[in-house]
Ligand binder design. Structure first.
Ligand SMILES: [Zn+2]
Length: 182
């Protein structure tokens, strides 16, 4: 079964910021589908996994078992519902654990690349799936949300550098789609 990312709702963001988010997600499907992303997740080494193996973490993330805004689960769909805020702090964003919504600091959104934006959403999506990051230092940075964000970002880098050299990369059929609803 394929995975659909639905950019479902964008609130308290201006037109340019909304376009940045949509443009970023338009580039996301091949990376989510990319073997280089899946391989990075499967190599393991993450903490605060809620007892899940690397394969189970990948499967859960790619399943799209996401509580949607009406409180229903729509298998195969990750719904992205982002609200902007402005803070001078170093808080990039937050999300409701096991919930539907997430927030992004527009101070970061404005300087972020597409790669940064989607990697941030991967981190927050892990919170929405129930993973958290207690503690400090490497305990925190090795947690599922941070590692999934970092590994997705590395895979993006690799995918798009290979993509510019078509002889070095055999394209694969993507079963990840993006639907722009907002
Ligand atoms: Zn977090």
């Amino acid at each position: 079964m394929g995975l659909t990312i639905e950019v479902y709702k964008l609130s308290a963001l201006n037109d340019l910021e909304q376009r940045k988010v949509r443009d970023a997600f338009a580039l996301a499907p091949p990376v989510l589908n990319y073997d280089g992303f899946h391989r990075r997740v499967l190599k393991g080494g993450m903490t605060q996994t809620k007892g899940m193996s690397p394969a189970q973490i990948l499967e859960k993330f790619m399943s799209g078992l996401d509580p949607d805004p009406e409180g229903q689960h729509t298998p195969g769909v990750i719904r992205v519902d982002i609200t902007g805020f402005w803070a001078a702090s170093n808080t990039i964003g937050s999300a409701t654990v096991n919930g539907t919504r997430q927030w992004i600091n527009r101070r970061y959104l404005n300087r972020y690349s597409s790669q940064d934006i989607v990697s941030h959403v991967v981190h927050e999506t892990c919170h929405r799936y129930g993973w958290t990051h207690a503690g400090y230092g490497s305990h925190k940075s090795n947690s599922v949300p941070y590692q999934m964000g970092y590994r997705f970002s590395d895979a993006w880098e690799e995918y798009y550098s290979q993509e510019r050299k078509p002889w070095a990369f055999a394209p694969m059929a993507s079963d990840v789609q993006v639907r722009l609803v907002a």
